[in-house]
Design a protein around this ligand. Sequence first.
Ligand SMILES: NC(=O)c1ccc[n+]([C@@H]2O[C@H](COP(=O)([O-])OP(=O)(O)OC[C@H]3O[C@@H](n4cnc5c(N)ncnc54)[C@H](OP(=O)(O)O)[C@@H]3O)[C@@H](O)[C@H]2O)c1
Length: 214
Amino acid sequence: MKATIIGTGNMGRAIATRLLSGGHEVTLIVHEAGDAEALAAELQETAPAGAKVTAAQPGSPIKDETVILAVWYNHHPEVVRQYGHQLADKILVDISNPLNATYDGLAIPADTSAAEQLVEIAPAGAEVVKAFNTTFGGTLIAGQVAGQPLDVLMASDSAEAKAKLAQLVESSGLRPVDVGPLVRARQLEQVGLLHITSQFVRGTNFGTAVKILF
Ligand SMILES: NC(=O)c1ccc[n+]([C@@H]2O[C@H](COP(=O)([O-])OP(=O)(O)OC[C@H]3O[C@@H](n4cnc5c(N)ncnc54)[C@H](OP(=O)(O)O)[C@@H]3O)[C@@H](O)[C@H]2O)c1
């Protein structure tokens, strides 16, 4: 399968690593011209046969149906402005935790979510899926915590988009968990906040995972 990742920071790198481990084709779109080729080359070196990663310059055409926004939530408007019409009919994966400046609360009102705000600015036809916000970058690179695959909790109003993302996630060694419609992103973002703040309480250094057992 193929996926485009916009943003090449901690999470762009981590999600790319996991998808490549599943033999997928990943395109990384960089923020500043020229800063991803080295990362693409590094990721390609450890990728299994058949997996392929390429770096694309800012503003490049987006060919893949699944587009993962590995940027901070306050950069969503910039990305939508930049790629605008190209995002119509795509599966837009919002991985953000919209934290406030002191990392002890969310920066947006309780009656909405970063994912729902993304729907408001995304072009018609784009299907937003909230996912990956409860998984930490380091654990995605490791691919497991305590010997267990990571859960990727997913919320979206599109069953088809969730099913396609679930296939990509599962074939990358992760465990997709459908938690319902996009309105559940409000709770996912609160869980993301809880998971982050618990690191400081428990000193677990972003090495933990959120799991639903069933
Ligand atoms: N880190 C985690 O463990 C973790 C876990 C769950 C969810 N998240 C969420 O994941 C998102 C990314 O977090 P992160 O830790 O990866 O942050 P990060 O390391 O700061 O990476 C963000 C990346 O986005 C890039 N960017 C900003 N605007 C862009 C644009 N218009 N086009 C392309 N790239 C753009 C930045 O480029 P520049 O550096 O050039 O600005 C940077 O490379 C956040 O929403 C965060 O809440 C993070």
